[in-house]
Design a protein around this ligand. Structure first.
Ligand SMILES: CC(C)(COP(=O)(O)OP(=O)(O)OC[C@H]1O[C@@H](n2cnc3c(N)ncnc32)[C@H](O)[C@@H]1OP(=O)(O)O)[C@@H](O)C(=O)NCCC(=O)NCCS
Length: 188
């Protein structure tokens, strides 16, 4: 597959973003989150939340990036200030279609997100990931994130699951850290 183009989302991308969100979520969390919850997920109900989230973008402090190939939008990342500490960034969502898992699209999205957060002058970023989400945890650890010890309970779908906080330093190119990474968290 050709490399995806990573670009800032526009409000009219909301439908495609919601579609990627639901398809990716259903496959990633099958057997983890109750099937009733997964079956009831409806992209059309998520679309308005994404449209509003994209419209509220304050680039580069907050926004949504999409990965686009000849097949259309295949992934996205939403980010903004952390809900706990506004001087720290949070990646609120990162989803790619199962068809492109293992092709590097997730990494492309992550690198451009980190570059953008560095341009926004955040010194650090956090994200939350389910302890059971081994694929995502392996992915984050491969691009410089580490669990910082914080754990909360997540009750998505009515089942209590542990969610871990991951953390990473950021930096502008030329400041000596993260040179390879030139490019309210958005997750309705
Ligand atoms: C999290 C997620 C975005 C990560 O995607 P991914 O497929 O693991 O990551 P990439 O697309 O960057 O692919 C990385 C793999 O592709 C390989 N790869 C192949 N071609 C590559 C290329 N050109 N560039 C980089 N990596 C490439 C890498 O070696 C790596 O392989 P590995 O997993 O065996 O180490 C994806 O799994 C996903 O959407 N999951 C569901 C949603 C989710 O859990 N989100 C996180 C919620 S906190």
């Amino acid at each position: 597959m050709r490399a995806a183009v990573i670009r800032q989302a526009r409000p009219d991308d909301a439908s495609a973003v919601a579609g990627v969100h639901v398809r990716s979520f259903r496959v990633a969390f099958a057997g983890v989150v109750p099937q009733d919850y997964l079956d009831a997920m409806d992209p059309s109900r998520k679309e308005s939340g994404w449209r509003a989230g994209i419209a509220e973008t304050q680039w580069p402090q907050s926004g949504v990036l999409v990965a686009e190939t000849e097949a259309g939008i295949v992934g996205f990342a939403g980010f903004g200030p952390s809900q706990e500490t506004s001087s720290i960034a949070e990646i609120g969502s990162l989803y790619t279609l199962p068809e492109v898992w293992g092709t590097g699209v997730g990494k492309q999205l992550m690198l451009v997100t980190l570059t953008t957060l560095g341009q926004a002058d955040y010194a650090q970023a956090t994200l939350w990931v389910l302890e059971a989400n081994q694929r995502a945890r392996r992915f984050y650890e491969s691009v410089g994130w580490h669990a910082d010890g914080a754990v909360v309970e997540d009750a998505t779908g009515g089942v209590a699951l542990d969610k871990l906080r991951y953390r990473r330093a950021l930096g502008r190119p030329g400041r000596g850290r993260c040179r390879q990474h030139l490019g309210k968290p958005v997750d309705p």
